[in-house]
Each structure stands twice: as structure tokens, then as C-alpha cells.
Design a protein around this ligand. Sequence first.
Ligand code: ACO
Length: 191
Amino acid sequence: MEFSFDINQLFPERVSILDQTIVAGPKSALRPDLQAHIATVIDELGRASAKAQQLPAAITSASKLQTQRHQLYLLKDRESNGGRGVVVGFLKVGYKKLFLLDRQGEHVEAEPLCVLDFYIAENMQRHGYGLELFDFMLQHKNLEPVLMAYDRPSPKFLSFLAKHYCLTPSVPQANNFVVYEGFFLNRSGSP
Ligand code: ACO
């Protein structure tokens, strides 16, 4: 995904972590024009993800990110677009209080880290970028994918989880979240 401004100037790292402050960490006091460019990138990614998932409206935008306690991992490629860099995709996660059903149909209350949105630019899908981003997040959170919950995962994402993390089959739920057997086996109790 190309932009008229320099992506490498905006996001020095290959993976950037954005949150309520737009850019997590010491760079949160960014110049207003750079903040506006970051907001443009997030809004564009959110729109593209919604379109890819055929959602009626974007679930990710800069204004939403500023009001929710979510974290967005953004992956860029430094070399493309004449050295200005391109945005490859993003992964958004956050904690949610959920009422889940275990394999026996017993109610379990939990507050797991959930994957809320995930998108790799169309022309870059199936090249391993999604896996790179997901693995980065797992390392950053020091978490195993089986301990996470997945909000309304698309068929592509379900296939991704089965392929890379052997996550299949899921435990049926009464809500839109998908969890896997190990979620209940490995729980240490409250979050
Ligand atoms: N059809 C079926 N499976 C796919 C497809 C596809 N078009 N694209 C990726 N996958 C799955 C497959 O398991 C594939 O393995 P395979 O090629 O051997 O079949 C595997 O992902 C490839 O892994 P990566 O290359 O690391 O994944 P990628 O970079 O494509 O990222 C993602 C995966 C994020 C799901 C990407 O395909 C995408 O953006 N899809 C459109 C948006 C979307 O569906 N996002 C998930 C929303 S649900 C949520 O966020 C909770």
C-alpha cells in the first residue's frame, strides 16, 4: 500500500506498535503533520480490511484507536516505492471480557487477548507477511496463539491459523468469537 508521503520517515522500524497515543513509546509526542499522516495510514488500512472482509463499516480507524485500549502492529517494507517504503498490513489486538463455552458446554468467564482485525495488502497476501506480523505480536506479548480468542475470523484467517499454528477444530461458541481446545486446557484461571 503506497502513500504520497515517506513511510520510512513515519515508521522507522519494520514493525511499529501503535496504540491510543497513536505511536506507542517515546515517539508519542510526534509533530502534528506526522500524526495526521499516521492517521491517514490507519484509516486507509481499516477501510481496505473492511472491504476485504465485506464488512459494512471499518472496525479500525485512527479515531477508534484513540478511544480504545487496543494495540495495532503495523508492518512495512522499507525498499519498495523508490525507497519511500510501503505499508504491508496490520494486526490489531486487545483484551475483551468474554463468556465462553468449554468442550463440555460449561460457561467460562475469561479476558483473553483477542485478534480484532488483521489485514495484509491484497498483492502481498500468501507471501508469509501475515505470519511474520503474527509471530512478532506473539513474541511481544509472550503468548501462544491457542490462548487467544479470535473475533469473527474470516475463512482466510481460519485457514492461516490451521496452517501455521495447527489450530483446528474450534470449540463451538454462542458468540462471534472462535477459541480452540487448548484455550481451556492451558488456562491458569483468571487473566
Ligand atoms: N485463501 C485461503 N487461505 C488463505 C488466503 C486465501 N486467499 N490467503 C491466505 N490464506 C491462509 C492460507 O492458510 C495460506 O496458506 P497457503 O497459501 O499454503 O494456503 C496462509 O494464510 C498464508 O500465510 P501468510 O502468507 O503468512 O498469510 P497472509 O500474509 O496472506 O496473511 C491474512 C493472512 C491476514 C488472513 C490475509 O490473507 C488477509 O489480509 N486476508 C484478507 C483480510 C482477512 O480476511 N483478514 C482476517 C480478518 S478476521 C480477524 O481479523 C479476526
